[in-house]
Design a protein around this ligand. Structure first.
Ligand code: F6P
Length: 367
């Protein structure tokens, strides 16, 4: 593997973790910019699984990304490389002969495969989990550039991640549509949005969509404060309410989270709705928006951010700036040390301007 830009001949790209609108735009930009440097580009399927599993269903696990292969994909959702949330090479789940599950570390095989395939750098497109894996591989000697992806927008070193704005638009549209049916039936409607540890999607779409209550993990809520807001609206003739809740929202002094053993989140909307009915007697319905927030075409902002990140990753490799993650800071795309970028997630500050604005407009955060 080459350690400096001068020796670059071949790079690889992978996408890991949950998908986000804009992944294909990054793949296209990275590939086209790299080809123009005279480098070869390989795509690895399903995170690192393409290397570990090899050919599946007649498709090679690693294949050349040509200009033809990335033609016309900027606007497409998903990822042409495929992805997985169960592909951590440092702890791959395997079934043991006795039927129980265990974990094995196959990271050395990844490093070895990069040597064998003479790949000089990896562009790893991922969120918190995938970038932690990329950082660990970098420390094992695999030259990596990270590209921050997640609809949750919870990566600290970058102002925003691609996919976030599209998710906010989808959620805002859903909240907007709930208004007419909520008003027609004089109901409370609870809509659960993604955001395991942070409330960025709930905050931004809740405010844009005119939610009356926004519950986020950063501000533990009291059901009595939520009920008070609903009663107050009823008393003023607004006999319906929209309650937006991030999937990781917490009740003050209550259960720490609504994740099941596999770490999957769900159930908070049902919980909030049941509590609202119990405390206010108001008829309440729920909507769990789910993976629609991640699906479909990226909006123009996310396409452009993704294209910029892909091109910047190639500049980083050219300049020998490895072990870094590209990040948006102000209007500039910069490179930050990968280890620093993944050290901590970005939570909504309590004095965030969106929170302050919401409070000034009478939005309840349940506190
Ligand atoms: O991309 C992050 C995220 O959207 C979280 O908000 C959510 O909890 C998670 O992905 C769900 O992903 P999956 O169902 O693919 O495990």
């Amino acid at each position: 593997m080459a350690s400096a830009a001068g020796g670059i001949r071949r790079i690889a790209i992978n996408t890991g973790g949950g998908d986000a609108p804009g992944l294909n735009a990054v793949i296209r930009a990275t590939t086209l910019a790299a080809l123009r440097e005279g480098w070869e580009v390989l795509g690895i399927r399903r995170g690192y699984m393409g290397i570990l599993e090899g050919e599946v269903d007649g498709e090679p696990g690693v294949f050349p990304l040509t200009a033809q292969a990335v033609r016309g994909i900027t606007h497409l959702g998903g990822t042409i490389l495929g992805t997985t949330t169960r592909g951590n090479p440092f702890g791959l789940e395997v079934r043991k002969p006795d039927g129980t599950w265990g974990k094995v570390d196959r990271s050395e095989e990844i490093v070895e495969a990069f040597r064998r395939l003479e790949i000089d750098a990896l562009v790893a497109i991922g969120g918190d989990g995938s970038l932690n894996i990329a950082d660990a591989l970098h420390r094992k000697g695999l030259p990596v550039i990270g590209v921050p992806k997640t609809i949750d927008n919870d990566l600290r070193a970058t102002d925003t991640t691609f996919g976030f704005q599209t998710a906010v638009e989808v959620a805002t549209d859903a909240i907007g549509r709930l208004h007419s049916t909520a008003e027609a039936h004089q109901r409370a409607m609870v809509v659960q949005l993604m955001g395991r540890h942070t409330g960025w999607i709930a905050l931004h779409s809740g405010l844009a969509g005119g939610a009356d209550v926004i519950l986020i993990p950063e501000i533990p809520y009291s059901i009595h404060a939520v009920a008070e807001k609903i009663r107050d609206r009823d008393a003023h003739g607004r006999r319906f309410s929209i309650i937006v809740v991030a999937e990781g929202a917490l009740q003050r002094g209550g259960d720490p989270s609504y994740a099941d053993e596999s770490g999957r989140y769900g159930g908070i909307a049902e919980r909030v709705a049941a509590d609202i009915e119990a405390v206010t007697g108001k008829e309440t319905r729920t909507l769990v928006l789910g993976h629609i927030q991640r699906g479909g075409e990226p909006n123009a902002y996310d396409r452009n951010l993704a294209l910029r990140f892909g091109a910047a990753a190639v500049r980083c490799i050219r300049e020998g700036s490895l072990g870094t993650m590209v990040a948006l800071q102000g209007n500039r795309v910069v490179a930050v040390p990968l280890a620093e970028a993944v050290a901590e997630i970005k939570r909504v500050p309590l004095d965030d301007d969106m929170v302050i604005t919401g409070r000034q407009l009478g939005v309840s955060f349940g506190d």
